[in-house]
Design a protein around this ligand. Structure first.
Ligand code: C2E
Ligand code: CA
Ligand code: CA
Ligand code: CA
Length: 279
């Protein structure tokens, strides 16, 4: 029995060892991918369906490996956070998105605000504000055309520090939105304490619209909250005309989702913008 136990122990530690090796090799691969410039950004427009105004475009990171296989950000972003690679990778995203917004404005003659997802590790990195400033200065982009998408859980971390960082971003003139709103903490008191601009209703609340009374109530509540705190509200993940219609009925005209456009490369977005305005 003793020998069997030892055998099992050896088996488990080998499995563990292999798991660690597999993760290490993915980490190495990710770092190499960054050095080899295998990352790119696609952009998904945000629109106001009442006014038909284009509110901006959200930058979304893509990794296509040399063999053509795409890896989802849901899979590689947690890994990049674990290894700290997210800090330089996130800085590259910011820099590229700012330059892109500037390029679009020159190409189409009007402003195209850009939104960038920020990961928790980036936000708490001591160099974060300097990076934002450097990207703005480097691109010449007006700060009001840059929006940072943060998540609720990030704001719950270290109250004073979060307040300080958000205050500094506001002083810079950069916009801040709360992504996946409604999926995080239920305490709403922080909303009053923090200078943010927009609430992004998570798409899980839209999936069952228009027939789900509870989902309708949630959207209605967020719209009311936004109005009373003087914050913008946008719904993400809008896929069907029925969803769009019920959002309009609830006075939520700002939307983003496959119904309007999939995330796309920068040149395609220019064409999309032209078509949208011509309609
Ligand atoms: P997210 O910020 O909530 O982004 C929205 C996700 O929903 C995107 O997935 C987008 O492609 C997808 N989406 C947009 N419209 C629809 C729709 O109508 N229906 C459905 N079913 N999905 C829709 P994606 O691009 O795979 O990104 C997944 C997540 O990865 C993002 O969620 C974000 O948390 C993270 N991510 C992506 N790019 C970056 C980045 O540059 N930095 C950081 N830190 N995170 C990123
Ligand atoms: Ca987002
Ligand atoms: Ca989201
Ligand atoms: Ca999400």
């Amino acid at each position: 029995a003793k020998a069997e136990g030892r055998g099992r122990h050896r088996f488990f530690s080998r499995a563990l060892h292999e798991a660690i090796l597999a993760r290490q090799s993915l980490q190495t691969e990710l770092r190499q991918a960054f050095e080899r410039r295998e990352f790119s950004l696609v952009y998904q427009p945000k629109v106001n369906l009442w006014t038909r105004e284009v509110l901006g475009a959200e930058a979304l990171l893509r990794w296509v490996r040399p063999d053509g296989r795409a890896v989802s950000p849901m899979d590689f972003i947690p890994l990049a956070e674990e290894s700290g690679l997210i800090v330089p990778l996130g800085a590259w995203v910011l820099e590229t998105a700012c330059a892109q917004s500037r390029a679009w404005a020159q190409q189409c003659g009007h402003d195209v605000p850009v939104s960038v997802n920020i990961s928790p590790l980036q936000f708490t990195d001591p160099g974060f504000l300097a990076t934002v400033q450097r990207c703005l200065q480097g691109s010449g982009l007006s700060p009001r055309l840059l929006e940072l998408e943060l998540t609720e859980s990030m704001l719950m971390a270290d109250l004073e520090r979060v307040q300080q960082t958000l205050g500094a971003l506001r002083a810079l003139g950069v916009c801040v939105s709360i992504d996946d709103f409604g999926t995080g903490y239920s305490s709403l008191s922080y909303l009053r304490a923090f200078p943010v601009n927009t609430l992004k209703i998570d798409r899980s609340f839209l999936k069952t619209l228009p027939d789900d009374a509870q989902a309708l109530a949630v959207v209605e509540a967020v719209v009311a909250l936004g109005r009373s705190l003087n914050l913008g509200v946008i719904a993400e993940g809008v896929e069907t005309p029925e969803q769009a219609r019920s959002l309009l009925n609830l006075d939520c005209a700002a939307m983003q989702g496959y119904l309007f456009a999939r995330p796309m490369p920068p040149a395609e977005l220019l064409t999309w913008l032209r078509d949208w305005r011509a309609q």
